[in-house]
Ligand binder design. Structure first.
Ligand SMILES: Cc1cc2nc3c(=O)[nH]c(=O)nc-3n(C[C@H](O)[C@H](O)[C@H](O)COP(=O)(O)OP(=O)(O)OC[C@H]3O[C@@H](n4cnc5c(N)ncnc54)[C@H](O)[C@@H]3O)c2cc1C
Length: 400
């Protein structure tokens, strides 16, 4: 089933496709691994893509026009997401564009907007997110990294963990405790921007299931941060932190990407033999794919509604929790089906007699299936664990 677009939207889609064909031509495209990856440097073709986006003014579609946004309608944004997902274009880093950007243009000082927004918009800087700590994940307000004011600077001490991409990041947006005596924990938190080159920062990798190196532990020892790098009011950081999480959850739902993975799964099933026919003709397989199609379509509708609400000025609310919950569940089901389709080709330690000249076994699709499926387990954890999203939905949507 396909969504129906108006004539103007179809014209816009043609314009988008033409742009993609120029800046991310067929030969640059390759199936994106479902596992996360943080390359230290971008390839020349990727850089050309980002430069093309910047030159066209399309690098931050979700930002307000005054800060470089496109002013697209929700449907146009939806088309953009879909077309770039289908063609596997490089993605702008979500930490800067989706998460920090909205906090900065909403609550940042004029100087912060001028200093930090342009490099994000031009894909010239990598940010990472310093929220979680060894004793503070779901219960984020219990964080223990302290920032003690000393004139025009803070002295920051503590440990952040699970920090994605910290090893390639230039900057970290970080939650710190600035008032340990506040009546409620949430009232003693501030939001700091920390230069990752500051003395006193150490980044160590954490190894995870089926992953390239993506997560880290970051320790901060007497790190000096100018007070000018605090976003908004001291001790009001919780407000900005929560808003950022709502934006993050919409991205984590990865609706467009799931659509692409499902399409690829169908193509592979068409080419895979089973009981004298193809896997695509197998009743049990078809049932699973159709169930996923239906759930994905429902999610696309919710995404459009959420984008429309944001467009009309509303901050993303509890619907971002529904998107995150359902989106990650669907993504994980697709990952499991990909392993099922790959069969023994997905095994990490195949029989050496089955390897081809390049040491691979089976079709390309199967190579990343297991790794992708294993990494997809983390989708229901980061951006706020799915159990927490259920609590939010129960409280804010169902009024329980
Ligand atoms: C791959 C990956 C990347 C990450 N990247 C980042 C990053 O870049 N920056 C960052 O700051 N953090 C990051 N995180 C951390 C992530 O946000 C936390 O892991 C997450 O918030 C859960 O916290 P926790 O690990 O401390 O688990 P806990 O909070 O200890 O939770 C453990 C389990 O208990 C459940 N639980 C906890 N409280 C409740 C409750 N009240 N009701 C019901 N169930 C509950 C949880 O759902 C979970 O299943 C990342 C995590 C992963 C796995």
């Amino acid at each position: 089933m396909e969504l129906q677009f108006h004539e103007a939207d179809l014209e816009f889609r043609a314009e988008v496709r033409e742009f993609i064909d120029i800046y991310w031509p067929e030969e640059a495209r390759s199936p994106r691994n479902m596992a996360s990856h943080y390359p230290a440097e971008r390839s020349t073709t990727e850089r050309a893509w980002f430069d093309g986006l910047v030159a066209r003014g399309w690098s931050v579609p979700n930002w307000p026009v005054e800060f470089g946004g496109t002013g697209w309608s929700p449907t146009q944004k939806f088309i953009w997401d879909r077309e770039t997902a289908v063609t596997e274009t490089p993605q702008m880093s979500a930490f800067g564009v989706t998460m920090l950007g909205p906090v900065l243009y909403t609550w940042g000082s004029r100087a912060q907007k001028e200093r930090f927004l342009p490099p994000i918009r031009e894909a010239r800087v990598q940010w990472c997110q310093g929220y979680s700590e060894p004793g503070a994940g779901s219960d984020l307000a219990a964080l223990n990294t302290t920032a003690v004011r000393d004139g025009g600077r803070y002295l920051v001490n503590g440990t952040k963990t699970w920090t994605s991409g910290a090893h390639v990041a230039d900057w970290m947006f970080c939650l710190v405790k600035t008032d340990g005596k506040a009546e409620r924990l949430q009232q003693g938190i501030s939001f700091l921007l920390i230069d990752m080159d500051s003395p006193g920062i150490e980044v160590r990798p954490i190894k995870t299931l089926g992953d390239h190196h993506s997560v880290n532990t970051v320790t901060l020892t007497d790190v000096i941060v100018p007070v000018d790098n605090r976003v908004g009011e001291e001790n009001a950081g919780w407000t900005y932190a929560k808003a950022l999480l709502a934006h993050e959850r919409i991205g984590v739902a990865r609706v467009a990407m799931s659509r692409v993975q499902l399409k690829r799964l169908r193509q592979v099933a068409d080419e895979t033999g089973q009981n004298g026919g193809t896997l695509a003709e197998d009743g049990s397989f078809r049932q699973k794919v159709h169930a996923l199609e239906i759930d994905l379509l429902g999610l696309e509708m919710l995404e459009l509604r959420t984008l429309a609400a944001i467009e009309s000025g509303a901050a993303p609310g509890p619907e971002s929790s529904i998107l995150k919950l359902k989106g990650t569940e669907i993504g994980q089901r697709i990952g499991e089906l990909a392993v099922e389709v790959s069969g023994y080709y997905a095994l990490p330690f195949p029989d050496p007699r089955l390897l081809d000249n390049e040491g691979n076994i089976g079709p390309d699709f199967a190579l990343s299936a297991l790794q992708g499926m294993l990494f997809s387990r983390s989708w229901s954890i980061y951006g706020g664990a799915n159990e927490i999203q259920k609590n939010i939905i129960a409280k804010s949507v169902l009024g329980l």
